[in-house]
Design a protein around this ligand. Structure first.
Ligand SMILES: Nc1ncnc2c1ncn2[C@@H]1O[C@H](COP(=O)(O)OP(=O)(O)OP(=O)(O)O)[C@@H](O)[C@H]1O
Ligand SMILES: [Mg+2]
Length: 304
């Protein structure tokens, strides 16, 4: 669990984070979102003590951050930075095994762990382990960045725009594989993004910030259906009920095919339905059952 109590961070005159109170439950994904400069990265960096708050406290596992020594803290907290930051002169497997090396693992064990992680993030170890970062595409490098953060199996994961710099299709694939990984590994994740649809798709809780102040903290459905103020309402947009469709994931939709390994949502089902000759279509639900879906049923599924 990560707990913020009245956390404030200033840079000179500028208050980057202002009195933040927030709790991130174990095994959940908290997505920080908000306009550029609202304090997302600053918030993230205070969690692993790259930055120290001016006021307030942050607790990890009920212990104040200042009572951890920074080195042991960083072993408990994996960190994926926006620019990926792989070391160019090291091979992929060596990049992934950086923290295990710091921990003194023997080379065979490090190599084995790197292979295991390449598998987890969906890269073939045979093909990728000996490459150099310059030989990777943007999406592949981001996968390696995630693998590196997971290397020592930390319970916590901080991710600053981890899927930022890739095309929409690759992004969808990375988001999907993140969800798959997360459903297996159940890390406690704080992830920063600019992209509201990404937040809705990945988050258990969304923290929407503005000028350093937390505006609303709630599930994607709460943020979309009950914005607490005008700013939140504007941020989620007048098409927020359309965005709600993305919060409902399906097993299959007749006639739908998406990015590699991705699964359809109610939004894809609606899109198929709009072009279907009938007034309903067949969809598979997540539990494996099937259902005949029409407009009324979609409305029912999307309203809380
Ligand atoms: N080292 C610094 N010195 C002075 N001001 C800073 C420093 N780092 C950040 N700031 C300011 O603090 C505020 C919050 O910055 P932060 O990087 O947390 O924003 P962000 O929400 O991550 O933005 P973006 O979405 O653009 O990455 C901004 O106004 C920024 O200009
Ligand atoms: Mg930032």
């Amino acid at each position: 669990m990560i707990r913020f109590h009245g956390v404030t961070k200033r840079y000179g005159e500028k208050t980057a984070v202002d009195g933040l109170d927030m709790t991130v439950e174990n095994g959940s994904v908290c997505v920080l979102i908000g306009p550029s400069g609202c304090g997302k990265s600053t918030t993230l960096r205070m969690i692993n003590r790259l930055l120290e708050p001016d006021e307030g406290t942050i607790e990890v596992d009920d212990k104040a951050l200042r009572d951890y020594d920074p080195a042991s803290l960083r072993l408990r907290i994996g960190y994926v930075i926006q620019s990926v930051g792989l070391l160019p002169h090291m091979r992929v497997w060596q990049n992934i095994a950086l923290v295990p090396r710091l921990l003194g693992w023997e080379k065979p064990r490090r190599r084995e762990r790197a292979d295991e992680l390449l598998d987890i993030v969906g890269l073939d170890p045979e093909e990728y382990r000996d490459k150099y970062p310059a030989q990777l595409s943007g999406g592949e490098a981001q996968r390696v960045g995630v693998a590196r953060a997971l290397a020592a199996d930390p319970p916590y994961l901080l991710m600053d725009e981890p899927f930022g710099a890739v095309d929409p299709l690759t992004r969808a694939t990375l988001q999907q594989s993140f969800r798959d990984i997360q459903s297996r590994l159940k890390k406690t994740v704080v992830l920063v993004t600019h992209d509201l649809d990404e937040a809705i798709y990945l988050a258990d809780r969304i923290a929407l910030m503005r000028d350093g102040v937390l505006q609303q903290f709630g599930s994607p459905a709460e943020i979309l259906t009950s914005p607490v103020n005008e700013f939140v309402r504007e941020f989620v947009g007048s098409d927020r009920m359309l965005r709600m469709l993305n919060t409902v994931e399906l097993g299959a939709v007749d006639g739908w095919s998406g990015a590699d390994g991705s699964r359809p949502t109610l939004r894809d089902a609606l899109s198929q339905l709009l072009s279907a000759p009938e007034r309903s279509i067949r969809v598979g639900l997540n539990d494996g059952s099937q259902e005949e879906l029409d407009f009324d049923r979609i409305r029912e599924m999307v309203l809380p």
